[in-house]
Design a protein around this ligand. Structure first.
Ligand code: ZN
Length: 132
């Protein structure tokens, strides 16, 4: 089944932990064993899995991405948000997570993050839950 999350981001660049929201969709689906696909249908946002325990990890990823891909550079894109497009391609627009015993099978320290690179905006996250 196909489900959708709506997200309002608050900053130009931020990671939002969507693990519990996606887990709720899995619970609603009643699927015990299967696969959960998470897809972000935007060109300046993405999704990634990384550590959720220490917020410094999120901060370090964002600040290092800023150093690698500065806001202003030798970009041609007229809209002026090339840095956001490049970051979105680097983190990617989808993740696949196994569902086991009705839960997302994430590692102990893993969280699922929506990655905003050109906010604040209203965003969508598509979630497809498939039974084995
Ligand atoms: Zn653009």
């Amino acid at each position: 089944m196909l489900k959708e999350l709506s997200i309002s981001t608050r900053s130009q660049v931020e990671f939002i932990d969507i693990t519990s929201s996606v887990q709720e969709l899995v619970q609603e689906s009643k699927v015990k064993e299967g696969i959960c696909w998470v897809f972000v249908p935007h060109t300046t946002a993405g999704v990634t899995i990384n550590e959720g325990a220490d917020p410094s990890v999120k901060r370090d990823i964002l600040s290092h991405l800023d150093k690698l891909i500065p806001l202003r550079g030798d970009y041609r894109h007229m809209e002026g948000n090339s840095a956001a497009h490049i970051k979105a391609s680097l983190v990617g627009s989808s993740e696949v997570i196994f569902i086991h015993e009705g839960r997302l099978l994430l590692g102990t320290w893993q969280s699922l993050y929506f990655c905003e690179f050109d906010g604040p905006r209203h965003r969508r996250v598509m979630v497809r839950i498939m039974i084995d």
